[in-house]
Ligand binder design. Sequence first.
Ligand code: 3PG
Length: 307
Amino acid sequence: MKKVVILTQKPFSSMAVDGIKEILEAKEYSVVIVEKYKTIDETYETIKDANALIVRSDIIDETVMDHAPELEIIVRAGAGYDSIDLAAASKRNIVVENTPGQNANAVAELVFAMMLYNARHHFNGSTGSELRGKKLGIQGLGAVGKNVARIADGFGMDVYYFDYTFPTEVASERGVQFAGTLENLYKTCQYITIHIPLSESNQHSINYDLISLMPKNAVLINTSRSEVVDDDDIMRILAERPDFSYLADVPCAYMEEMGEKYSDRSLFSLKKCGAQTAEANNNAGMAAANQIVNFFESGIKKYQVNP
Ligand code: 3PG
């Protein structure tokens, strides 16, 4: 009998957990849930005989894998797998998969919630501005970026994109225009929303030189990973440009200081919540469960991300 551990420091909704269990228990796998753990070592006893893990942003490194010698597959119920040591997994013949697109709409909707909250001055009653007719730049046209483009169309925004995976123009999505270069995207758009996966080469790549290109009343939205922006540079630009706002669903080294000095132009969620909707939990969680069944029953590794 296969043992699957749902290892989520940030829990799924109970409905999503029920859905995951139903799929796995139909195959007579045993399912154990470990949520809200404080430190990963608390989980070692439970994972020591696990054949599969379903995780979110949980850090699964070499040490964790060594405590789970029976592990055959780890499914990241979500998009970004930067919290999993892929090389260590490959070395141990562990398949790592993600569930691309399953939580994308939730993240995209949060982008608009943040933009509106900022444009309406945190709902304080003073005169704000509208999104219609404003230029929105999407950095990274993956699943989240495409959902942002779809919603932006309804808001009547003028949408541009740049994507390193498609450095030349791809078939345009609902009138989304190719910016040509990343610099041009930043130069053109008052609003920029970041949707790139974290990689070794893009850490701190969104920096002073790039952000400084943005036009008047610039708003930078980061719902991807904190490491892709340079926190020192964000702080410097907030100080230099009273027309610049930074809205983030990821932490920043200067979060508290920004909150004190620039409370009207900086915004942070209390806890990363882009993917934290009932729908996204269901979609990503159940996709993960189905992928585990497909792997164990038929050897399918369609969403494998490690070499
Ligand atoms: C993702 O990579 O899928 C998102 O960042 C969501 O992450 P979470 O599952 O930890 O909320």
